[in-house]
Design a protein around this ligand. Structure first.
Ligand SMILES: [Zn+2]
Length: 357
């Protein structure tokens, strides 16, 4: 009688199971897989050797071998599930990012560090210029009552000028409707009321911040935009002081070859009022398409405070006088960097934004 090639099968199976148990990583399992159950494995070699057996013995040995293979394969599968789970856990553990612990040199991908956007940078530069001229910087709320945004600025309900500043009204119920401020001017009212109640006149402040109008966005208008306004309330202030501040600012911010000029204008809260223009930053005064061949570009508005505005906040117009001015921060950025379309400022295109770090 031929000796069965499966004499050692129990030991061989036990060895296979032990070596499966010893596989420590999913990579090791993948490498060992072929030698455990593949064509060159001991199981396959035994399978081939069964051909030499008598048919009956072959059948019995075949079944035995089949069972051994099933046991080995299921042990291998169980080991695979376990190792995959461990690998997954280890990977999750490794990927967990404790932001408090990140050390830049430990991060191995190209790390790009953000920076303030062009509008924020422009606002800071403008603030710096005005602080250098002796102004303080004041902040005010973006949601205002109708009183602060309009009425205290000499724009009563029904005044035609409201059409210029149409905005987003929010009904809060009685007694007041609030608005997203259309300009930073309400901060002037807050400042003056505060100075009156605390007896801290005079005022020399600039008020930068975000404003809202119901404009349709285009190359020169945005629904949300930024203004910076200035307010001076002091004794003996004249239109000449205003013109001097505008000129000093213009040369400090845009450079010595850019000048300013004032043209008569209209604002409900100043009298007289002026629109101020600066030398076209693109053609430097020679005339181009952007400035409609005038050599000048309108930047903002200004004027001497209307006595009605002083009266509304309780300032004695016989003792105090002042002026105010305002212009767009986004507009300044547009002019200084010669942006064709202001919408680039809000479109989050890093190819554009990345140029201003
Ligand atoms: Zn020009």
């Amino acid at each position: 009688m031929t000796t069965s090639p499966l004499e050692q099968l129990t030991e061989q199976t036990a060895e296979l199971l032990a070596s499966i148990e010893a596989l420590a990583t999913i990579e090791a399992l993948r490498e060992a897989e072929a030698s455990l159950t593949g064509k060159r494995s001991i199981l396959s070699t035994l399978q081939k050797s069964l051909g030499a057996l008598e048919p009956d013995a072959r059948k019995a040995a075949g079944a035995e071998l089949q069972e051994a293979r099933r046991v080995v394969e299921s042990a291998l599968e169980a080991r695979r599930v376990l190792l995959l789970r461990d690998a997954r856990r280890a990977s999750l553990e490794a990927d967990r990012l404790d932001l408090g612990d990140v050390i830049v040199s430990d991060v191995h991908w190209p790390l790009s560090i953000g920076h303030p956007g062009l509008v924020a940078l422009t606002q800071r530069e403008l603030e710096d210029v005005f602080v250098g001229m002796g102004f303080s910087v004041a902040d005010g709320p973006e949601v205002e009552s109708d009183w602060f945004n309009f009425e205290a600025l000499n724009i009563p309900p029904g005044h035609p000028a409201r059409g210029l500043w149409d905005t987003f009204y929010v009904e809060l119920g009685e007694p007041e409707t609030v608005v997203l401020r259309t300009h930073t001017s309400p901060t002037q009212i807050h400042l003056m009321e505060h100075a009156v109640s605390t007896n801290t006149l005079p005022i020399h402040s600039v008020m930068p911040g975000r404003c809202y109008r119901r404009d349709t966005p285009d190359a020169r208008h945005l629904v949300g935009f930024h203004q910076i306004e200035g307010l001076v309330v002091d004794r003996g202030i004249s239109f000449g002081d205003l013109a001097g501040v505008i000129e000093t600012f213009t040369r400090a911010y845009f450079g010595p070859d850019i000048a300013s000029r004032l043209r008569p204008g209209y604002f409900p809260f100043t009298e007289p009022s002026a629109e101020f223009e600066v030398t076209c930053t693109i053609c430097h005064g020679d005339g181009c398409r952007t400035c409609s061949d005038t050599g000048w570009i309108e930047l903002g508005g200004c004027g001497v405070l209307d006595p009605a505005v002083l009266e509304a906040v309780g300032i004695d117009g016989d003792e105090w006088s002042g002026f105010a001015f305002g212009f767009g921060v986004d507009r300044c950025a547009q002019m200084r960097h010669q942006l064709g379309d202001m919408r680039a400022l809000i479109e989050n295109d890093t190819r554009f934004l990345g140029q201003f770090s």
